[in-house]
Design a protein around this ligand. Structure first.
Ligand code: PLP
Length: 378
């Protein structure tokens, strides 16, 4: 029997909230007192803040990261018969946002080191498929995909790059913040993200004024003026209360990111000399600012290790247990097990361990010792 000496959650939002509670209430209570919850001033203030933070000209708030993707495809006027090349190793919304408007996700395999789209395979897919209008890299776990080759391939084949930056706010590719490096970027403020709301919220970024205007209309049923609709959009506003929460948290994002980076560096320092059958995350040279939304190791006997960590009080999670090309809802696309081996292997070996900013040194040492003891015991 394993004794539980400590409880180390995968993420501790209560620890983040405690020191900012008063500051948060000072922003939220006036909004609740005013009873004006829709498109209040906090929305445009946050949009300006995110545009500045992501070094984008424009930012448009919406209801979630999933809706941000949907709005991006709607703005590009994609629909049945169109295709987008993307990664199978991501959260469902990456491909679900395409499929729900009849667009076919063309899945290609990923780089085994960065877990992000492999440009060589993107090129092959674009040669094989017609009607591919976009390439959708995901900056997985907080590290940017290698964008330059994707832009080059996109230019040759007439496809734009839309960045799914849901997990990567503040991450940099060759010194440039992700989000508006491509035609558009999409962000999620799901509570577990590095910048998390107190519920669902999302944002799109772009440098193109026409796209920004179109996105701002699409999220308001297709019109800036109430009851006048230039086109058919959806209701996907960002709540004023969520915008206010995010405005407060944005003040801390750089400090939290630095703590995540320090925790990641400390894991590498502590785990690397132990010579365990564990592959540690590698930051590629072009990932000039990795924001470690997750710290994901690849390990032997992953499921046993996960059970051991859980029994020892350590929170951990498998991102992702089944790649998107093998999901039942995409079975008609005709992919089979073995088609995208890097993603499929990672689904068997990847495990994310706690890296949240407030993680204490003692807790981190405990996580490392628990992993070490698991492999040394057998
Ligand atoms: C890569 C990726 N894309 C899209 C989303 C969707 O964001 P949301 O949960 O805000 O709808 C998420 C978040 O969970 C994500 O991790």
């Amino acid at each position: 029997m394993t004794t539980v000496k400590r409880h180390v959650p995968l993420l501790d939002l209560a620890a983040q909230y405690a020191p900012i509670r008063e500051e948060m209430m000072a922003e939220l209570i006036p909004i609740i007192d005013s009873q004006r919850f829709i498109m209040g001033p906090a929305v445009s203030e946050l949009e300006r803040g995110i545009a500045a933070y992501t070094q984008s000209k424009f930012a448009v708030g919406c209801a979630s990261g999933s809706d941000a993707l949907l709005l991006a495809w709607m703005a590009l006027e994609l629909g049945p018969g169109d295709k987008v090349v993307t990664t199978p190793y991501s959260f469902f919304a990456t491909a679900g946002s395409l499929a729900r408007i009849g667009v076919e996700p063309v899945f290609v395999d990923i780089d085994p080191v960065t877990f992000n789209l492999d440009p060589n395979q993107v090129e092959d897919a674009l040669r094989k498929h017609s009607s591919v209008w976009a390439i959708q890299p995901v900056h997985l776990f907080g590290g940017c995909a290698d964008l330059d080759p994707l832009f080059e391939i996109g230019r040759r084949h007439g496809a734009v790059v839309v960045e799914d930056a849901a997990q990567a706010i503040g991450a940099e590719y060759k010194g440039q913040r992700c989000g508006a490096i491509g035609a558009m970027g999409t962000f999620s403020f799901y509570p577990g993200k590095n910048l998390g709301a107190y519920g669902d919220a999302g944002m799109l970024t772009t440098n193109d004024p026409e796209l920004a205007d179109l996105l701002a209309k699409l999220r308001l049923h297709g019109g800036h003026n109430r009851y006048y609709h230039d086109l058919v959009g959806i209701n996907s506003r960002i709540d004023t209360l969520q915008a206010a929460v995010l405005k407060v948290k944005l003040r801390y994002l750089d400090a939290w990111t630095e703590q995540r980076q320090a925790n990641a560096a400390r894991y590498i320092e502590m785990l690397a000399p132990l010579d365990l059958p564990v592959q540690l995350p590698v930051v590629a040279p072009y990932q000039t600012r990795h924001v470690f939304n997750q710290f994901t190791i690849q390990c032997e006997r992953r499921d046993e290790l996960k059970a051991h960590l859980a029994a020892s009080g350590v929170g951990c999670e498998i991102y992702y247990p089944l790649p998107l090309h093998l999901q039942q809802c995409f079975s008609e696309l005709g992919y089979e097990a073995g088609d995208l081996p890097v993603s499929e292997t990672l689904a068997q070996t990847a495990l994310s361990i706690p890296v949240y900013p407030e993680l204490s040194l003692e807790d981190q040492v405990y996580v490392v010792e628990t992993i070490r003891d698991f492999y040394r015991a057998k």
